[in-house]
Design a protein around this ligand. Structure first.
Ligand SMILES: Nc1ncnc2c1ncn2[C@@H]1O[C@H](COP(=O)(O)OP(=O)(O)OP(=O)(O)O)[C@@H](O)[C@H]1O
Ligand SMILES: [Mg+2]
Length: 491
């Protein structure tokens, strides 16, 4: 399915002249396609913006393959805006999305920047505003987009903003997450040992109540009271020092008061719906709780997507066999079709292909420190691509993000940076050459070994450098204007 792409021609505010000439994959209508994979004819891609150098081609991001995309830039350089452009594109009906696949999109919104995203520009800004003029100039299709807000139980949003609530059951957390939530090391800290053993007894093995001598069965739907009972009445756990047990007891009691633990368990199938953007507003949660919630979401997504992906692959085999047998053995072909339908139905109960978009990602996968979300997110980045799962991370602090994420990124968008160690981190990740010479606005010339540093320091707002291993060098992109209202604060 190809949608007609308008020939919008206009002058960008800033232009670059870059050497050597760019060699990169071609996308829809003689444009640039970033992240292309070989094989298959249909182009599936979303529109990012325009190449900010002659010949000012359109720049598209492939969505047929799964990607790890890394967006970085200093404060107020346009990172969140760019994340919004990507999310819009993934669910757009207009020409900004090419291809027929429809994936789920989840934005983990650390600072509630995306609170205003359900509102579209055309219903909000005056016709003569800069935003509307830009959209007309770029001929961006105006449309309502399926965007839903979610908030953790106990947090609030302004009156009139429609949100759905999500909550956790204590039993959603495994021993890793309990340790992460309480910031204790499961191996080095006695409190960590106690948590691991306690969780095993309550959720998996069961134990004997020392008061009555009766067995307490394992309960995988346990609540906090079940944990507290076992701390007091399991004979084995009494060997932990009284202070250790008391420390855990106090922490569990304080957790019991948190509204986010309110009975209804987490179900990520609500959050990932094909063709819909779900925004999870995380700002008002405490940092450890936020990371715990993200850990659980990412784990569930990997698990459920894994189930669906198996069914999809088996289903494809049955479809192929049905086609092959159609003439020679119609009965066997019909049986194969039934198997294919059943596999498709089971796949639907799992999760669709999806994109997770994480703003302020250094909170969840920091270079140093214990964080419950680190392990599941690293696994997602390492293995998600095999399941058709993509991820976009944005950070103002590339030097502070776990290096394994940097190694796995296949596409980078670098907004303006100013701190030397961040520039060095960015340069270390780039999987293609820096230009040998760049002239910005016919005035500023950067060349030689420092060309990347000078270029990235001088990038204007709205511009980014794109890097992919399928291009011979970095190239500048003017990011397209947004269809929805961007809520970055002006403080
Ligand atoms: N492509 C763009 N076109 C027009 N305006 C933009 C663009 N990108 C960003 N802006 C504007 O610049 C400001 C900062 O953008 P944004 O909030 O995306 O920055 P950020 O890098 O996420 O900042 P922070 O580090 O504070 O989160 C916003 O007011 C936004 O509207
Ligand atoms: Mg931001």
């Amino acid at each position: 399915m190809t949608k007609e792409i308008p020939q919008a021609t206009f002058r960008l505010e800033h232009g670059f002249a870059v050497k050597p000439d760019l060699a990169v994959d071609a996308g829809p209508g003689n444009a640039i396609l970033v992240g292309r994979v070989t094989g298959g004819d249909e182009v599936e891609a979303i529109y990012l913006g325009k190449q900010a150098e002659t010949p000012y081609r359109n720049v598209w991001l492939d969505t047929r393959a799964a990607h790890v995309l890394y967006v970085m830039g200093k404060r107020r350089s346009g990172k969140s805006y760019t994340l919004g452009v990507i999310a819009e594109g993934l669910v757009a009906q207009g020409w900004t999305r090419q291809g027929s696949s429809s994936q789920g999109v989840l934005i983990l919104d650390t600072m509630n920047v995306f609170l205003t995203m359900p509102f579209v520009a055309m219903d909000t800004y005056p016709e003569n505003s800069a935003e509307m003029r830009d959209l007309r100039k770029w001929q961006i299709a105006q449309e309502e987009l399926p965007i839903r807000l979610f908030r953790p139980a106990g947090t609030s949003v302004p009156v009139g903003v429609e949100t759905r609530e999500i909550s956790l059951r204590p039993s959603d957390l495994g021993s890793d997450e309990w340790c992460g939530l309480f910031e204790v090391d499961p191996f080095a800290d006695p409190l960590g040992h106690l948590i691991t053993e306690l969780h095993g007894k309550v959720a998996i093995d069961g134990y004997t109540d020392s008061r009555t001598g009766t067995p307490v069965a394992a309960n995988w739907m346990f609540d906090i009271q079940d944990l507290l009972n076992a701390i007091d009445f399991d004979p084995d756990l009494q060997r932990y020092h009284r202070d250790t047990r008391e420390a855990l007891r106090r922490r569990l009691v304080s957790i019991r008061r948190l509204p986010v633990f309110s009975g209804q368990g987490l179900d990520v199938t609500d959050l990932l719906v094909p063709g819909q953007v779900s925004i999870l507003l995380l700002r008002d949660l405490d940092q450890q709780l936020r990371a715990t919630l993200v850990a659980l979401i990412v784990r569930q997504i990997m698990h459920l997507r894994g189930v669906a992906e198996h069914e999809e692959r088996i289903g494809a085999v049955h479809v192929a066999r049905a086609a092959k047998l159609a003439d020679s053995d119609p009965t066997a072909a019909a049986a194969e079709r039934t198997l294919a339908d059943q596999a498709a139905a089971r796949a639907k109960r799992g999760l669709p292909r999806a994109w997770i978009i994480i703003d302020e990602a250094h909170n969840y996968v920091p270079a140093i420190g214990v964080t419950p979300s680190r392990k599941p997110l690293k696994k997602y980045v390492d293995e998600g691509r095999n399941l058709g799962l993509s991820i976009v991370v944005a950070t103002q602090n590339p030097a502070g993000l776990d290096p394994s994420l940097q190694r796995n990124a296949d596409v980078l968008l670098v907004h303006s940076l100013s701190r030397h160690d961040d520039i060095a981190a960015a340069e270390g990740m780039i999987n293609t050459a820096a230009p040998t010479e760049v002239i910005l606005d016919t005035r500023n010339k950067f060349e030689g070994a420092k060309s990347f540093e000078s270029l990235v320091r001088n990038l204007p707002l709205g511009y980014a450098l794109a890097a992919t291993d399928r291009a011979n060098r970095l190239f500048p992109v003017r990011i397209r204007p947004r269809i929805t209202v961007h809520g970055g604060g002006e403080y």
